[in-house]
Design a binder for this molecule. Structure first.
Ligand code: CP
Ligand code: NVA
Length: 310
């Protein structure tokens, strides 16, 4: 089993399916799990805003019988007021697990190295693994076979895109990514995904052509053009990204009835039109719901294992 949940890259394909299977069980029979984390406490460090992540971690912990404590960006001031190492060394004395949403990925890594308790990545500048697990769970529910599906990602080569690449590599899905030049996914991440994908039937295409990417796709995914922390680039990006908008014309080039996916928050009229996000093909709120179930599975696996190992 894994000690922390920082990146899908760290999971074996078996561990990936273990999370998927437990998520299904929890979603189908939530009451069976209601005391499983009784008296356990999750610390939630947020250095960026959130709706879904905070709600689903906190609700998830309560539904498992435990509690969650929210630490706002102004509370810890990681790296300024205190180092990630010292924060970790304090938290492990009080709580059973930590969830962190931060900027540099290294902060989450340093925190995990300092802590004897599990650390869960709830978004860094380069990865958003809980999101991609929920997304793949959603695709599995809607389409069934992950190994034979094609996901097209159109827009910024963001943290969400990176985690989708790793999820596709672990499951053997096909993924095509279309971004403007200069906004491609990090080549190191693509390289690692390709290595991971040698164990599966993973296929990847990186292109600048959205029409090419969505061809024969079972699902079309997009994310904000400007991620949290990139606000100063908003105007520049608003000029570059419009050809990458997911609209009805682009959706028509994917498979008939292809799913539309988005991690949310959506910027309607920018990366996606109302027509697409509000269509019957859109599964964005299923993705949001599944964040809850998948994170309950991750917390359960990590905290119960930590207790077993002492
Ligand atoms: N998708 C996602 O992580 O949403 P929040 O930023 O609202 O948590
Ligand atoms: N790429 C986006 C995802 C938000 C859930 C961001 O980092 O802001």
């Amino acid at each position: 089993m894994f000690h922390d949940f920082l990146s899908i890259h760290d999971l074996t394909p078996y561990q990936f399916s273990q999370i998927m299977d437990l998520t299904r069980e929890i979603k189908e029979k939530p009451r069976r799990f209601r005391d499983r984390l009784k008296n356990k406490i999750l610390a939630m460090i947020f250095e960026k805003p959130s709706l879904r992540t905070r709600m689903t971690f906190e609700t998830g912990m309560l539904q498992l019988g435990g509690e969650a404590i929210y630490l706002a960006p102004s509370d810890i001031q990681m790296g300024t007021r205190e180092t990630p190492y010292d924060v970790g060394k304090n938290l492990e004395r009080w709580v059973d697990a930590v969830m962190i949403r931060t900027f540099a990925h290294q902060i989450a890594v340093d925190l995990a190295q300092a802590c004897a308790i599990p650390v869960i990545n709830a978004l860094t500048d380069i990865l958003h693994p809980c999101q991609a697990m929920a997304d793949f769970f959603t695709v599995k529910e809607k389409i069934g076979d992950l190994a034979h599906m094609k996901l097209a990602y159109v827009g910024d080569g963001s943290n969400v895109c990176h985690s989708l690449l790793f999820a596709a590599a672990k499951t053997g899905a096909e993924i095509s990514v279309a971004t403007p030049a200069g906004y491609e996914p990090d080549p190191d991440i693509v390289k690692k995904a390709v290595l991971d994908g040698q164990e599966t039937e993973f296929k990847v295409l990186i292109t600048s052509d959205p029409s090419e990417a969505v061809q024969d796709a079972d699902a079309v995914y997009t994310d904000a053009w400007t991620s949290m922390g990139q606000e100063s680039e908003k105007a520049k990006r608003a000029d570059i990204f419009p050809p990458y908008q997911v609209n009805a014309e682009l959706m028509a080039k994917a498979k008939q009835r292809a799913l539309f996916m988005h991690c949310l928050p959506a910027h309607r009229g920018e990366e996606v039109t109302d027509e697409v996000i509000d269509s019957v093909q859109s599964v964005v709120f299923d993705q949001a719901e599944n964040r809850l179930h998948v994170q309950k599975a991750i917390m359960l696996l990590l905290i119960e294992q930590k207790n077993k190992n002492g």
